[in-house]
Write a protein that binds this ligand. Structure first.
Ligand code: PLP
Length: 420
């Protein structure tokens, strides 16, 4: 059981809404930092450990800066994400660039920043060389295909568009070696929101064994291995958080039995997790606008799936707390909806909650990853603000809410006047 306690009271949220109207996402700095330190502590015995926070989970430079201070790098996969990392003060080998179907200008920027470049395909060696020149160190993304089972969110590796086949890896490293590259990395990312720590240990072992084999057959030395992200979080109260210790201990044991035993150490071990770093420490705060009783009982919020689309697109569970009614019996059953003209704009379906009144404030849990980040403007919906609850209790706005002016910024209404 994971505690679904909140780091704020209803009174505190009411006070915040005087300055920042709902809906908004609010992130808990103290909890983010404590979690980051827990991860580092668990992995401190793992060779050269570093976490590269996957920016796509929470692309806010204030968060990146907090994580940088904890020694985390950033994992980017687009030009704007590279620029965000740069703006947060990250540079060089603090940045991992793991993209796919990559445009030339992104390779150019990644190279310019001195980021680790992780190639998704054999053909990208030539493409990178042509457009940006080969960097000193090159990494390949491995897709183990039938050798590894995927999970529901990411699908089976064989069906995934990402990465090199096993055979292509040998060929690719051989090509790089012939081109005079001397520094190498290996990467994979095969799970998403996985709650079984053993899965990550198995992936680590698979990569370590592969490193041994490639090192021997191709005659190269690896500098790092990136185990990817994908550590899941307990969205449901009955789920357990993944034990970092189990992953770290298992990873170290597998490393000792393979890389170290074969005399190939040191190889640095990297992670590029997103969800587990910030996910549980964000809350979407929204106010009840309407109640509606038809064939079912509906709670209509001032937030919509434009603020958090995981329930709408994956049917994902996000826990909901009615502020100030934490102790009330959850003896009512509601669909909790937004105002988008799509029937999947529901944060919860048939959810047991205490009796709700218009004006109640709801906290939708675990919005700290793929929450605001996945926001969109369909149906003229505007993205909300992001707030940070600082360790000392202050609240700072780290992104303002969009306005109608933002929404119309890409349209030329002047041109419309003469348009017939
Ligand atoms: C999304 C992604 C991650 C982070 O995944 P999480 O499930 O958030 O840990 C890491 N690496 C790559 C390449 C990704 O696409």
């Amino acid at each position: 059981m994971v505690s679904k306690k909140l780091p704020f009271t209803k009174e505190e949220i009411l006070k915040i809404t005087e300055k920042y109207p709902t809906p908004f996402h609010i992130y808990d700095e103290k909890a983010i930092l404590e979690n980051a330190r827990r991860l580092k502590e668990a992995f401190k015995a793992v060779s050269g450990f570093k976490e590269f926070f996957a920016i796509k989970a929470l692309p806010n430079p204030y968060i990146l800066k907090l994580l940088k201070a904890e020694g985390f790098g950033a994992d980017c996969s687009s030009l704007p994400e590279l620029i965000l990392a740069e703006k947060a003060g990250l540079t060089g080998e603090e940045i991992m660039f793991s993209s796919n179907d990559t445009p030339a200008e992104e390779f150019v920027k990644a190279k310019e920043l001195g980021a680790y470049i992780n190639l998704d395909d054999l053909s990208h060696i030539e493409y990178l060389e042509k457009h940006a020149g080969l960097p000193e160190i090159v990494c390949f993304r491995y897709n183990p295909g039938p050798l590894k089972e995927g999970n529901a969110i990411i699908g089976t590796p064989e069906e995934a568009k990402y990465g090199f086949t096993r055979e292509q890896l040998f060929e690719g490293y051989k090509i790089l070696k012939e081109k005079g590259i001397k520094r190498f990395g290996l990467h994979t990312m095969v799970a998403s929101n996985e709650l079984d720590p053993k899965y990550f240990v198995e992936t680590a072992r698979l990569l370590f064994e592969l490193i041994v084999e490639i090192s021997e057959k191709v005659g190269i030395t690896f500098e790092f291995v990136n185990l990817g992200g994908g550590i899941g979080i307990p969205y449901r109260p009955e789920q357990e958080p993944v034990s970092y210790d189990v992953i770290a201990k298992g990873t170290k044991a597998a490393y000792d039995e393979t890389i170290k035993a074969k005399g190939l150490a040191p190889v640095s071990v990297f992670l590029e997790c997103g969800r587990v770093i910030t996910g549980p420490y964000g809350y979407l705060i929204s106010q009840v606008r309407h109640l509606k009783h038809t064939y079912k009982d509906y709670v209509g919020l001032d937030a919509s799936m434009a603020n958090l689309m995981r329930p709408g697109i994956y049917g994902a569970y996000h826990h909901i707390t009615v502020l100030g009614k934490e102790k009330n019996k959850p003896d009512h059953i509601y669909d909790v909806t937004g105002s988008l003209c799509e029937n999947n704009d529901k944060f919860a379906i048939n959810r047991n909650l205490p009796e709700i009144e218009v004006g109640d404030l709801l906290a939708i849990h675990d919005s700290g990853a793929h929450g605001h980040a996945m926001g969109f403007n369909y149906n003229g919906k505007l993205r909300s603000a992001e707030l940070l609850l600082r360790e000392d209790g202050r609240v700072v706005r780290i992104r303002r809410a969009e306005t109608i002016k933002d929404y119309f910024a890409t349209l030329d209404f002047e041109g419309l006047k003469d348009f017939k």
